[in-house]
Design a protein around this ligand. Structure first.
Ligand SMILES: Cc1cc2nc3c(=O)[nH]c(=O)nc-3n(C[C@H](O)[C@H](O)[C@H](O)COP(=O)(O)OP(=O)(O)OC[C@H]3O[C@@H](n4cnc5c(N)ncnc54)[C@H](O)[C@@H]3O)c2cc1C
Length: 485
């Protein structure tokens, strides 16, 4: 009898497949802002969630987000007396994206971004300061008090929320493929510590970010970007797009790749657009302005590449420095050249001091008159008259990939024919269609939290197909759901 028992035990042990399978209600791939927003939302709807993150750290590119999160009609805006409307945010986003954006996705974004500010603040985040970003016609870029970095605050908040909820978050766990059965996504195969595992789940949320750090993929789609540095974290390699495509997903806007115009040459350190938003100007090596600094990133990048040595100097005074906490970090990192006056700064930058003085004087005069006589910049928050002066040499670098998996406004992934792939949701930079040909600063943060929440909710409530009530826009449906949460 003993022998029989032992034999059956041994055979049971050896019958265990090489790949051990886990079960969850929702599996999230990627622990950036989109993935963590989805995970927290799904958990709060009572679901067992497993998050897979290939890096040793959480946060992805979201960690690096510096400027802000765009939202109109938000509570912080109202508190600060800023009059803004969702429709203006929608129009700015469509214009910035050259009308290539999917309007349905943009409506979902702009109608629900204010609720995303509430979501982060309700979890203990600080999105209470509101500033200006390029391409926006109103101050709607939400950031921590004093103008500190937005991404670090959002990741810290979401990561703490995940910890408090004891969400099963596995780092150094790289998703290798989506498991598909009868046309439905039913789980994920991933590798951790050299071993392969499977997690089975009725819903998978793909939130693996963009591909700006994948030079081969970037150059294949846009050969002009060969040799460009990137602002992105090393994990932004487009895995989610490859995995999604293999599972039958359609792709959209893949060639739309954005460069950011204010990146320090050689080291990929990006200087947030909020520095220009708070009053900095751009000058070239002749000491002259060459563009409306608050034009969209594609326009400013192109203008910069047309200057001597393809660089510009981001220039600001002590008043701008005092207005934005983020600048202190750039100074601490040694990225900023300081002059006690413009003369000293010009000498350090090796540019003509008389010309630089004339440029700054003209800008300050225009600021006072409320009209930029040279480039028509609409928002000039302060004159540049308070020494000391500061400058950072900048050039464009690959920053954001607007294309990716095709989704609908319910964050369901669509196949190449436009049909929903049951069980597969996606949110954040891995998706395409929200930002069109050019993403506005602050809109990615709004995108990842908003679509992350939508993906988390729908993956929990209707993994194989959300029915949108006829006659009601998806945005309205979403707003109702947010209220219900
Ligand atoms: C320097 C910088 C500054 C920025 N500033 C702003 C700003 O001020 N405002 C704004 O709106 N936007 C900003 N952006 C853009 C914004 O930060 C990103 O678009 C956004 O954070 C992307 O979020 P995400 O969750 O989609 O992806 P990520 O935050 O990149 O997260 C994706 C995660 O998925 C993981 N992953 C990838 N492949 C796999 C795999 N196979 N298996 C498991 N995990 C995987 C990655 O490691 C990563 O952690 C900035 C970007 C950069 C680089």
């Amino acid at each position: 009898m003993k022998k029989i028992l032992l034999a059956s035990l041994v055979s049971a042990v050896f019958a265990v497949p090489a790949v051990a399978a886990d079960k969850a209600d929702v599996v999230v791939i990627g622990a950036g802002g989109a993935g963590l927003s989805a995970a927290v939302t799904a958990h709060d709807l009572g679901k067992k969630v497993i998050v897979l993150e290939k890096m040793a750290y959480v946060g992805g590119n979201t960690n690096r987000a510096a400027g802000g999160l765009n939202a109109a009609e938000s509570k912080p805006q109202k508190k600060l007396g800023i009059v803004d409307y969702k429709e203006i945010h929608f129009n700015d986003t469509m214009k910035g994206g050259k009308y290539l954006n999917n309007p349905e996705l943009v409506h979902t974004l702009t109608d629900n971004a204010a609720a995303s500010v509430d979501f982060i603040n309700s979890l203990g985040g600080d999105l209470n300061d509101v500033g200006m970003m390029a391409g926006a016609s109103k101050k709607r870029s939400h950031r921590p008090t004093g103008g500190d970095f937005v991404g670090a605050n959002v990741v810290k908040t979401l990561n703490q929320a995940a910890k408090d909820r004891k969400i099963d978050l596995r780092t150094m766990a790289k998703a290798e493929s989506l498991l598909v059965k009868d046309g439905k996504v039913v789980g994920v195969k991933y590798v951790k510590g050299g071993k392969t595992y499977e997690v089975m789940a009725p819903a998978v949320v793909m939130a693996a970010g963009g591909f700006s750090a994948n030079q081969d993929m970037v150059v294949k789609l846009n050969p002009k970007l060969k040799g460009f540095a990137t602002t992105n974290h090393p994990g932004a390699t487009g895995d989610g797009i490859v995995l999604g495509e293999k599972a039958g997903a359609g792709l959209v806007d893949m060639k739309q790749i954005q460069t950011h115009p204010t990146v320090v040459p050689g080291n990929g350190e990006m200087i947030t657009e909020a520095v220009r938003g708070n009053g900095a100007i751009l000058v070239n090596k002749d000491g002259k302005r060459f563009i409306n600094e608050l034009q969209t990133r594609d326009v400013v990048s192109a203008a910069e590449l047309a200057q001597k040595d393809k660089v510009g100097f981001l220039l600001f005074d002590n008043d701008v420095r005092k207005s934005l906490k983020a600048i202190e970090t750039y100074i601490k990192k040694g990225l900023v050249t300081e002059g006690k006056d413009l003369n000293e700064l010009a000498a350090k930058l090796k540019i003509d001091s008389k010309q630089l003085q004339a440029t700054v004087d003209q800008y300050s005069k225009d600021q006072k008159a409320g009209k930029d006589s040279q480039f028509g910049r609409a928002d000039m928050p302060r004159p540049l008259t308070q020494a000391p002066y500061y400058a950072v040499m900048v050039t464009p670098a690959v920053h954001h990939t607007m294309g990716g998996l095709r989704i609908n406004s319910q964050a369901q992934v669509l196949d190449t024919k436009g049909n929903v792939i049951p069980g597969l949701f996606a949110a954040g930079e891995v998706t395409g269609g929200v930002h069109g040909a050019n993403r506005l600063g602050g809109n990615a943060m709004a995108d990842i939290v908003t679509f992350g929440r939508i993906a988390g909710r729908n993956a929990s409530e209707n993994p194989t197909g959300v029915i949108i009530p006829r006659g009601e826009s998806p945005a309205v449906t979403e707003q109702k759901a947010v209220k219900a949460m």
